[in-house]
Design a protein. Structure first.
Length: 163
């Protein structure tokens, strides 16, 4: 065994083992601490990522709910607008019918007035024509004596007709 200790390879191996033992003794604790710290940091990042993912899912769910609410509200508004448009359309049709009825009544009144005026004009013209014809006939067929007699008779009847 003494011969074994005289070879350089053995001393290199022993010194290498001592070096490795020294490095492990002095460096193992900081290396393990560094690995533990890194593992803790990674675990913290994973926890943060999980928390952020959950928050993002909550926000997504909230925005989806708000979108559904907005869509249902828009649908309700659209239904209300359609209903209101229907009411306005019905009211406009009703107003149009009433307006047409009023105009028709006005037109019928104007026609009736025009008919009455035309009838009055025809009667007046007929009376004028009858008076003119009578005047002409009386002037042609009546002599002065008969004319005086008719005038006297009309004067006598006048007081009875005025009262």
């Amino acid at each position: 065994m003494t011969e074994l200790l005289k070879t350089a390879e053995i001393w290199v191996a022993i010194s290498f083992l001592i070096f490795v033992a020294f490095v492990l003794w002095k460096g193992l604790k900081p290396m393990l601490g560094s690995l533990d710290a890194r593992a803790a940091r990674i675990k913290q990042e994973l926890d943060d990522a999980q928390r952020l993912r959950e928050e993002a899912q909550k926000l997504l769910a909230e925005y989806q709910r708000k979108e559904r609410d907005a869509a249902s509200e828009a649908e309700a508004m659209l239904a209300h607008a359609r209903e209101e448009a229907g009411r306005l359309r019905a009211k406009a049709a009703e107003d149009l019918k009433a307006s047409i009825a009023r105009r028709e009544a006005q037109a019928l009144d104007r026609i009736a007035q025009a008919e009455a005026q035309a009838e009055a004009d025809v009667r007046a013209e007929a009376v004028n024509l009858a008076v003119a014809v009578t005047h002409h006939l009386l002037a042609d067929n009546l002599d002065a004596k008969e004319s005086d007699k008719l005038i006297d008779q009309s004067i006598k009847e006048l007081p009875g007709k005025l009262h």
